[in-house]
Design a protein around this ligand. Structure first.
Ligand code: GLN
Length: 531
């Protein structure tokens, strides 16, 4: 087993997660079994309770873990399956330690950050790997110098001492700011960040420098000298031109994989990276073009619908098409749907919570249904489609979800009876992978090409089966059912070019070289609509 620790300095939002993911992709291409994980120093036990404004999207795993969005990058860049063991927060560490303390597990000892908290973190480095992995990459969230990150760094230092320095590699990412007035890139912040690491006893082996401009040889030498890493271990990470999926190739061009393999004394033959060359080639020279509107509430945030945007890009690659994503604020649409939606080739409504913007989303679903524009509803987007259909086709006046109107006369979306006594905040969501049986005569079956699928969930409300017969009679197609609990998972409108709403989150299972079948078919339908 070999271990790589990825840390970051100078500023946050450096794209450490992408760098870690891309390194994973490089090593996987060389035949190694790779797993990635994230340590987050904040005190929430997991990001499940955090608003998208705070922390971007919550990424859900098969086992139902609500995790940091970097795990999404890890799953998109590598094939390794992740579990709840692969995302650890300070909150979780302290929760575990305090439970042990209350149980008396520490036999009267004074419980301290060192060794009790650091031991817990070290254990998670061992556990995170599992048995079938060659290299475990652990990324530490935050920036060097943050107080709350210290126990994690200390644990990493101890870990390297424990397993031996030959099996551990420290990779540090920094920024080289460009000073316009001086007309040059600056290395001092990187030097200081590396010095800060050394203060706690960690000497990085590789320095990855984010920069808007290429470095000169002189700068590489300077960084090498001051940061105490060989010149060839100073890696330039220039901003990529079109897509994050260029990153593995960009890092390969800097020989990052050779460096890692040499340092960790791994036996892994070189690879031509054909898979990634193919992805990038198709991304850069698409034959077609479509415009997809994403109607949401967190439209101004870059990260709130991360996996949705990525999945749309993957579907573009699969269809040889450039997809322009038009981000639309649901509240704006309500006033004049045609103005905002009239020129689009497809409309997608992603997941969400709370009632702000729902009427605008309902208006968007109506516009898509009436005008034959391909529609894809994810989780909340499916519930919106059901509400719209119930109101405007089935004739159930004021139909709604009890999430938005507890007094609605027609609760077509509701909390399951057995869940009602639980609180509506936290704790009672349907989370993680659930099976779904598809109706063979459906858009969905056509996409998947098989009858039994499983997809990841994160929601509290469900399609209300009391209304199923009525809605079906008025033409709504129930195309997928959870066979264990008889829950409606997919609705479709049959006499429409492509109208699909899914209760799950397909965006968590799409990859750049293997687009999710529903996303791929949605974009294919949009291309057809355009013609
Ligand atoms: N708010 C809805 C529910 O809780 C949808 C959740 C979602 O889109 N993830 O059921």
């Amino acid at each position: 087993m070999k271990y790589i620790f990825v840390t970051g300095g100078v500023v946050s939002s450096l794209g450490k997660g992408l760098t870690a993911g891309a390194l994973g992709a490089l090593l996987e291409q060389r035949g190694l079994k790779v797993r990635l994980q994230k340590f987050d120093p904040y005190l929430n036990v997991d990001p499940g309770t955090m608003s998208p404004f705070q922390h971007g999207e919550v990424y859900v795993l098969d086992d139902g873990a609500e995790t940091d969005l970097d795990l999404g990058h890890y799953e998109r860049f590598t094939s390794g399956k992740l579990s709840r063991l692969n995302n650890l927060t300070s909150g979780k560490v302290y929760e575990t330690v305090l439970k042990k303390e209350r149980r008396g597990d520490y036999l009267g000892a004074t419980v301290q950050v060192i060794p009790h908290v650091t031991n817990e973190i070290k254990q998670r480095i061992y556990d995170g790997a599992g048995d079938d992995v060659d290299v475990l990459i652990t990324e530490l969230g935050g920036t060097i110098g943050d107080i709350e990150g210290l126990p994690f760094l200390e644990a990493m230092r101890q870990f390297a001492l424990e397993v031996g320095r030959q099996d551990v590699l420290f990779l540090h990412c920094t920024l080289l700011p460009y000073l316009k007035a001086a007309g040059e890139l600056k290395t001092k912040p990187s030097q200081q960040s590396v010095a800060k690491l050394r203060e706690i006893g960690i000497q990085c082996d590789i320095l990855v420098c984010r920069t808007e401009q290429p470095m000169t040889n002189e700068m590489r030498q300077k960084l090498s000298l001051f940061c105490n890493v060989p010149v060839k271990a100073v890696i330039e990470e220039c901003d990529v031109e079109t897509s994050i999926y260029e990153l593995p190739l960009a890092l390969k061009a800097e020989d990052l994989d050779d460096l890692v393999i040499e340092h960790l004394q791994l036996d892994a033959p070189d690879n031509d990276m054909k898979v990634w060359h193919d992805v990038v080639r198709r991304l850069k020279a698409p034959s077609h073009k479509v415009e997809i509107g994403v109607v949401g509430k967190y439209i101004e945030l870059q990260d709130a619908y991360k996996s949705v945007y990525e999945s749309i890009t993957h579907a573009g690659i699969a269809n040889d098409a450039a997809v322009r994503i038009v981000r639309l604020d649901a509240e704006e649409i309500e006033k004049d749907p045609k103005k905002h939606l009239g020129t689009l080739d497809g409309i997608l409504i992603p997941g969400g919570f709370g009632d702000r913007g729902t009427e605008g989303k309902i208006a968007a679903a109506k516009y898509a249904r009436e005008n034959g524009i391909p529609y894809f509803g994810l989780c909340l987007g499916m519930q919106i489609a059901v509400i719209e259909y119930a109101r405007n086709v089935t004739g159930l006046e004021d139909a709604n979800s009890t999430e938005f109107n507890a007094q609605t006369p027609h609760p077509v979306i509701d909390i399951m009876a057995d869940q009602k006594e639980l609180t509506t905040k936290g704790g009672n969501m349907r989370l993680g992978a659930c099976p779904c049986q598809l109706m063979t005569d459906s858009f969905s079956y056509h996409a998947y090409g098989k009858e039994l699928i499983d997809e990841r969930h994160r929601h509290r409300f469900e399609f209300n089966n009391d209304y199923r017969e009525q809605l079906e009679k008025s033409g709504l197609r129930v195309a997928g059912i959870n066979p264990e609990r008889n829950l409606v998972e997919i609705v479709e409108i049959p006499d429409h070019p492509w109208f699909v709403g899914v209760q799950f989150h397909p965006e968590f299972k799409s990859k750049p070289n293997a687009a999710h079948p529903l996303f791929a078919n949605f974009i294919a339908a949009a291309l057809k609509y355009k013609k």
